[in-house]
Ligand binder design. Structure first.
Ligand SMILES: [Ca+2]
Ligand SMILES: [Ca+2]
Ligand SMILES: [Ca+2]
Length: 323
């Protein structure tokens, strides 16, 4: 106590500019919190409080900064689309990469960027596309703790922006629900919380049919027995519909017909590029005709295990709780 007191006296007798170099101590109590736009800020006066909070790309620390505020993930994930006609068994196709259609800026909210050289890697670790990884609170699976863009390799590894490293997210090392999302597939969430820590990359394997996901039929079962995210959310509605209102096939038709390159407004035209309507991610999107993307949506809807009457108007809904 004497030491603490003397530090307080020393502190009080020196200038405020030395405030960051002295020992922790408490001279008064007080504080408040405020929440805006999903970001919560807390502060205390004089308390030995070292809370950190983060949301999306923003991280707030108060008091003395805690060095351990990150977790490492070894997530594995398959997308059904690039697995439909694999050029190499067991690997997703990487046509978007080989055709130079992959953007170096993420299509997700953090608009992360990577170096173009990341897309020069070929083989098992070649990049298939951007994906989005989220952590949800253990006591509230609708509460986003943090989310981040990542890259997906052909063999299912979800990696950081260098195309190789395990993904690190800013979050306190504890238990979280893990969510994986993709721009034209339905996302999925772990059925239970998973303990994550800073030093060891925790395996979170969505490709393993034994890995429990939240909700019913969260993923499609591939011929190999592995699981993959459902393909066909061409209009990013978190639902896959073949017919009826806001169906995904109309999104393909509307785009193809409006494509300036489609001079004759042909329904069998192939639009090319990095397109959400390109269900199998082969670099071109077709509404009708051979190799069209619409039939993939139809097949998924008709064959969905929840569609007992094989109704073409059945809706496949994303099982990730809204937030
Ligand atoms: Ca790999
Ligand atoms: Ca949709
Ligand atoms: Ca296609």
């Amino acid at each position: 106590m004497r030491t603490v007191l003397s530090i307080v006296i020393l502190f009080c007798s020196t200038t405020w500019s030395y405030a960051q170099t002295i020992e922790r101590f408490s001279i008064d109590s007080g504080g408040a919190s405020a929440t805006a736009g999903g970001i919560e800020i807390l502060y205390t006066i004089g308390e030995l409080n070292t809370q950190e909070l983060s949301a999306a790309n923003t991280q707030v620390s108060e008091g003395f900064i805690n060095g351990i505020l990150k977790v490492k993930l070894d997530t594995k994930l398959f997308l059904q689309g690039p697995f439909l006609n694999p050029a190499t068994a067991g690997l997703m196709n990487d046509n978007l990469r080989s055709l130079n259609y992959l953007p170096t800026t993420s299509p997700y909210p953090d608009i992360a960027t990577c170096d173009a050289s990341v897309f020069s890697v070929t083989g098992n670790n070649a990049i298939v596309d951007w994906v989005w990884i989220e952590l949800r609170a253990a006591n509230d699976n609708q509460k986003l703790i943090n989310g981040k863009s990542a890259l997906l390799q052909r063999d299912g590894d979800v990696v950081a922006l260098d195309g190789l490293s395990h993904l690190v997210l800013q979050a306190a090392p504890t238990n979280y629900y893990v969510v994986v999302k993709h721009r034209n597939h339905l996302g999925a969430m772990s059925a239970t919380t998973i303990g994550l820590n800073e030093n060891t990359a925790t395996l979170v394997d969505f490709t393993n049919s034994g890995f429990a996901t939240f909700g019913n039929h969260a993923q499609v079962i591939l011929g190999s027995g592995n699981t993959a995210l459902w393909a066909g959310d061409t209009n990013r509605s978190d639902r896959i519909r073949f017919s009826g209102s806001e169906n995904g096939t109309n999104a393909i038709k509307d785009y193809v017909l409006a494509d300036p390159a489609n001079g004759f407004n042909s329904v069998t035209f192939s639009s090319i590029g990095y397109l959400n309507i390109d269900v199998n991610m082969n670099g071109n999107a077709k509404f009708s005709g051979s190799g069209n993307d619409s039939n993939i949506i139809k097949d998924n809807v008709l064959a969905h295990p929840g569609n007992g009457f094989n109704s073409p108007t059945f809706t496949i809904s994303q099982t990730v709780p809204n937030n």
